[in-house]
Design a protein around this ligand. Structure first.
Ligand code: HEC
Ligand code: HEC
Length: 188
């Protein structure tokens, strides 16, 4: 009798948790509203997350939740998730293809200036030669132009304060070099 009852209770409990268990697809539905159902962000100041490095995506979600990277939009979104969710969501988006935003290639003189600045600062030491990123270092190639300009400006004012090293680097790089880098990276 007790055994039957215990089994009943277990079955009921499992059914209840299954009804509540959301799949990763359920959890990422909300993201499409801004980051795009096809991976192309709905606004130019919103970053591409399709095809971004998983380690980097995870750190951003963690930092938004902690408030280390301040965003009134992303903080409440990230706060719903625990570490395991964040890791799974990061992996989910990293597997997607990087979208082509159709941004123009930088003209030769701008590209030359950008590459000169990149070589003297040493961006490829971390972001790699084709700016594809790796692990916790983000891909920059083909990222939205307006987002790049905004987040670089935020590093410089430390409004984006989750990586002081990147802020120091951006502050040490002349503004005209950064403008050239933004055009160059967006067009890759
Ligand atoms: C209401 C719009 C909105 C929604 C919904 C939204 N995001 Fe964002 N997301 C943004 C904006 C805007 C930024 C840029 C924040 C900033 O830099 O100030 C951003 C930034 C990010 C970043 C940082 C990317 C980078 O290159 O630094 C990640 C990762 C991210 N969002 C993941 C997600 C995930 C995952 C979801 C769904 C669970 C989601 N976002 C839902 C608007 C949104
Ligand atoms: C010492 C390693 C290192 C060097 C050198 C470096 N970066 Fe970064 N960069 C990083 C890391 C790590 C991050 C991620 C920071 C975080 O977690 O928020 C980052 C983030 C960025 C982002 C934000 C991307 C996004 O999606 O929000 C931009 C833009 C960027 N770097 C541009 C540059 C440029 C341009 C240069 C050269 C002028 C450069 N970086 C040099 C390590 C580096």
């Amino acid at each position: 009798m007790f055994e039957k009852l215990a089994i009943c209770v277990v079955v009921l409990l499992l059914a209840a948790t299954q009804a509540r268990a959301e799949t990763i697809e359920d959890k990422v539905q909300v993201c499409a509203g801004c980051h795009g159902a096809d991976g192309k962000p709905v606004d130019k100041t919103i970053p591409t997350i399709w095809g971004q490095q998983a380690g980097y995506l995870y750190i951003q979600l963690r930092d938004f939740k902690r408030g280390d990277r301040k965003s009134d939009i992303m903080q409440p979104v990230a706060s719903q998730f625990e570490r395991d969710d964040m890791l799974a969501i990061a992996e989910y988006f990293a597997q997607k293809p990087w979208p082509d935003l159709g941004q123009p290639r930088a003209p030769k003189d701008v590209a030359g200036k950008a590459l000169g600045a990149s070589a003297s600062v040493g961006c490829p030491a971390c972001h790699l030669d084709h700016f594809q990123g790796d692990g916790t270092v983000p891909r920059l190639a083909g990222m939205g132009r307006d987002y790049l300009a905004k987040t670089i400006a935020d590093f410089r004012t430390r409004a984006r304060g989750n990586n002081p090293g990147m802020s120091d680097l951006m502050l040490a790089t002349p503004l005209d070099d950064l403008a050239a880098l933004v055009d160059y990276l967006a067009g890759l």
